[in-house]
Design a protein around this ligand. Structure first.
Ligand code: NAD
Length: 477
C-alpha cells in the first residue's frame, strides 16, 4: 500500500522522514491506508505556497474562481461510488449515508460558486459634505483548515469552497483517522486546472502537523471543526499571532417532546438523530426531555425503534442501519458513560453495551430512562447511539434544563403548539433549533454554535463572509 503524499504547490511531494501513521478500517481493524506525520518544515512549505498563490488568485474575477469549484464538483460526481466506498471503509458510516455525503459535497461546491456574482460591499452615507464611504470585502489571505473524521469528505468542501470563492488560498489537514478520502479529493482536484498553491493538503497528527498549521504566523484564519478540547488548543496556538479563528465544536443537543407532540414523528426523528453515523454527529440529539403526560408512550416506542436498528460492517454482505464507532477508544468512552449513568440510577430500556464483532467496535442502540439532570450523561458529549431520557413537567422546566449546558450548538422541539415552538426557538441558547423535524442543517443556512460549541460559523452568506476582511475606503470629492 502506497503512503499518501502531501500535496504542496500543485505537486505530490515525497515524505521527508519521520513517523508514519496507519489508517484502520473501523469495522474490521485491518490497515487500509498510510500517511506521513508531516514535519513543521513541510507544513510551512505548504503555507508559503498558498501565500504566493493567493496574490494572483485573489485578483481573478470571482466568476473565474467559481468555474474551478464547479469543475471539481463535476469530477466528484463522476466518482461518487468509489469515494463513498472509501469513506465507508475508513470511517464506518453506511454506504447510503456516504453517497449522500459525496452528493452534498459536490452540491456545496456548486452552491458556493453561485456567490461569485453576489459578494457585495456597502456604500455608507457620510456626515461630511462631499465625502463617499465604501466598504469593500477582501480576502483574508491563507486559510488553514483542520478537520475531524465524522464527515471527512464534505468538510473539505465546507472549508475550501468559501475560502477559494472569496479569493483566499488554503492548506488543509484532514483527520489522521480518515485521510484516504482526502487523498481522493486531492487527486480529483489535481486533475483540474486549479492553479498550483491555491489548495494544499498535508497529513499528520494534531499535536505536530495541526499545531504547525494553527501556530503559523502566515495563516490569516484557522478554520477548525472538531472537539472543544482541540478547539481550545488551536485557539491558544492562534493567539500567539492574533490569528482569526473559526471554530465548529461539539454539542449536547437537547430534544424536547411536549405533551401535544406527534409522538410517532418525534420517535422517528430522534431515532434517526441517534443512529445516523452511529450517533457521531455534532448537531444530533444528545439528550431527550419528554413531558410526563407522554413519557410512557414515547419511551416505549422510542426503545422499540432503537432496538430494531441493525448494525454491522457497512461494507458487509447484509445491509445494515448503522456501522461501528470510529475506534475502540470511542466505544470504551461511551461504555464508561453508560455504566456511570446506570450506577447513578438510570436504566437501559434497550441496549447498554459495547459489542466487539469481527474486529469492529459497535455500540448497541441504547435508550436510558430515569436519567437525572445532574448526571454526567446529560452534560458530556456522548458521540455514540445512546439517548438519555429525562422527564419534564412543562415547557419552562424543559427550556431551563436545555439551557443548563456548557454547549450551545443545536436543539429541537416536537409540539403542535406554535407558541411553544417559538418560545423554544427564542429562549434556548444555541445556534440552530429544529421544530418537528430531524436535526440536519441546510447549506444556505448558517451553522454556528454559541458558548463552547464554537466561534463564528459556516454556510450561506454569513459563512461566506467569515472568509473576508472588510476594508473601508473614504473619498473626499
Ligand atoms: P478532534 O478534536 O479530536 O480532532 C479534530 C482534528 O484536530 C484532527 O484533524 C486532529 O488531528 C486535529 N488536532 C488534534 N489535536 C490538535 C492540536 N493540539 N492542534 C491542532 N490540531 C489538532 O475531533 P474528532 O474526534 O476528529 O471529531 C469529533 C468532534 O468534532 C466532536 O466533538 C464533534 O462534535 C465535533 N464536530 C463538530 C462539528 C460542528 O460543525 N460543530 C462537525 C463535526 C464534528
Amino acid at each position: 500500500m502506497e503512503m499518501h503524499k502531501n500535496y504542496v504547490n500543485g505537486k505530490f511531494i515525497a515524505h521527508g522522514g519521520g513517523d508514519r501513521i496507519a489508517v484502520l478500517n473501523p469495522a474490521r481493524g485491518d490497515v487500509v491506508g498510510e500517511i506521513p506525520d508531516t514535519s513543521q518544515d513541510i507544513v510551512q512549505q505548504a503555507i508559503d505556497a498558498a501565500k504566493s498563490a493567493q496574490i494572483p488568485w485573489g485578483k481573478r474575477p470571482p466568476i473565474e474562481r467559481a468555474g474551478h469549484l464547479r469543475r471539481i464538483a463535476a469530477k466528484i460526481r463522476e466518482k461518487t461510488e468509489v469515494i463513498a466506498t472509501a469513506i465507508s471503509q475508513e470511517q464506518g458510516k453506511v454506504l447510503e449515508l456516504a453517497r449522500v455525503e459525496v452528493a452534498f459535497t459536490a452540491d456545496y461546491l456548486d452552491y458556493m460558486s453561485e456567490w461569485a456574482r453576489r459578494m457585495e460591499g456597502e456604500i455608507i452615507p457620510s456626515d461630511r459634505a462631499g465625502e463617499n464611504i465604501f466598504m469593500f470585502r477582501q480576502p483574508i489571505g491563507v486559510i488553514g483548515g483542520i478537520l475531524p473524521w465524522n464527515f471527512p469528505f464534505f468538510l473539505i468542501a465546507r472549508k475550501m469552497a468559501p475560502a477559494l470563492i472569496t479569493g483566499n488560498t488554503i492548506v488543509i489537514k484532514p483527520s489522521e483517522e480518515t485521510p484516504n478520502n482526502a487523498a481522493m479529493f486531492t487527486q480529483l482536484l489535481a486533475e483540474t486546472d486549479l492553479p498550483a498553491g491555491v489548495f494544499n493538503m498535508i497529513y499528520g497528527r494534531g499535536a505536530t502537523a495541526g499545531q504547525a498549521l494553527a501556530g503559523s504566523p502566515d495563516i490569516g484564519m484557522i478554520s477548525f471543526t472538531g472537539s472543544v478540547e482541540t478547539g481550545s488548543a488551536i485557539m491558544a496556538a492562534a493567539a500567539r499571532n492574533i490569528t482569526k479563528v473559526n471554530l465548529e465544536l461539539g454539542g449536547k443537543a437537547p430534544a424536547i417532546v411536549m405533551d401535544d407532540a406527534d409522538i410517532d414523528l418525534a420517535v422517528k426523528a430522534i431515532t434517526a438523530s441517534r443512529v445516523i453515523n452511529s450517533g457521531q454527529v455534532c448537531n444530533c440529539t444528545e439528550r431527550v426531555y419528554v413531558h410526563s403526560q407522554v413519557a410512557d408512550e414515547f419511551t416505549s416506542k422510542f426503545a422499540t425503534a432503537m432496538q430494531r436498528t441493525s448494525y454491522g460492517d457497512p461494507l458487509g454482505k447484509k445491509p445494515v442501519d448503522m456501522g461501528p464507532l470510529i475506534n475502540a477508544a470511542a466505544a470504551r468512552k461511551v461504555q464508561g458513560m453508560v455504566d456511570r449513568a446506570i450506577a447513578g440510577g438510570a436504566q437501559a430500556a434497550t441496549g447498554g453495551s459495547m459489542i466487539e464483532q469481527d474486529g469492529g467496535f459497535y455500540f448497541e442502540p441504547t435508550v436510558l430512562v430515569n436519567c437525572q439532570q445532574d448526571m454526567e450523561i446529560m452534560h458530556k458529549e456522548i458521540f455514540g447511539p445512546v439517548a438519555p431520557v429525562h422527564i419534564i413537567h412543562d415547557l419552562d422546566e424543559a427550556i431551563a434544563k436545555a439551557n443548563d449546558s456548557t454547549y450551545g450548538l443545536t436543539s429541537s422541539i416536537y409540539t403542535r403548539n406554535l407558541g411553544s415552538a417559538m418560545r423554544a426557538a427564542n429562549e434556548i441558547r444555541c445556534g440552530e433549533t429544529y421544530i418537528n423535524r430531524e436535526n440536519f442543517e441546510a447549506m444556505q443556512g448558517f451553522h454556528a454554535g454559541t458558548a463552547r460549541s464554537g466561534i463564528g460559523g459556516a454556510d450561506g452568506k454569513h459563512g461566506l463572509y467569515e472568509h473576508t476582511q472588510t476594508h473601508m475606503v473614504y473619498i473626499q470629492n
